[in-house]
Write a new protein. Structure first.
Length: 119
């Protein structure tokens, strides 16, 4: 955890490539101190076909999923840090947003957990 899913218009990748965006977002999330560096996962979904406000304005929206347990203030600070970094990278892009959602710990399960279950 966390998982960052970056939805964006394909055209912004002419300004910064996917690797650069991933590297800079990784740095920002890691510097928050909320997560182990090895747990940070980032994926980019560029779109060729989309509509924003009925038009074709370029955009970036980062959807971040984290395990529950952080405060509202911590989640808000992380969201602001992500938007700040993307704004620095894309100063002419008016549509930059981020939100933080939580996984419910009681219902989250992954493969590694299968091997830690009591027999």
């Amino acid at each position: 955890m966390p998982h960052l899913i970056v939805d964006c218009s394909q055209e912004i990748l002419q300004i910064h490539d996917e690797e650069t965006i991933i590297t800079r977002l990784h740095r920002v999330v890691n510097s928050s101190g909320l997560f182990e560096e090895s747990d940070i996962k980032i994926r980019i979904h560029p779109f060729e076909t989309y509509a924003v406000g009925g038009g074709r304005d370029d955009f970036i929206h980062t959807f971040t999923w984290i395990m529950q347990g952080r405060s509202v203030e911590q989640r808000a600070a992380l969201s602001k840090a992500i938007v700040s970094e993307l704004t620095e990278m894309f100063p002419l892009l008016p549509r930059i947003a981020a939100n933080i959602a939580e996984f419910e710990q009681a219902t989250y399960f992954n493969r590694a957990m299968m091997y830690s279950l009591p027999s």
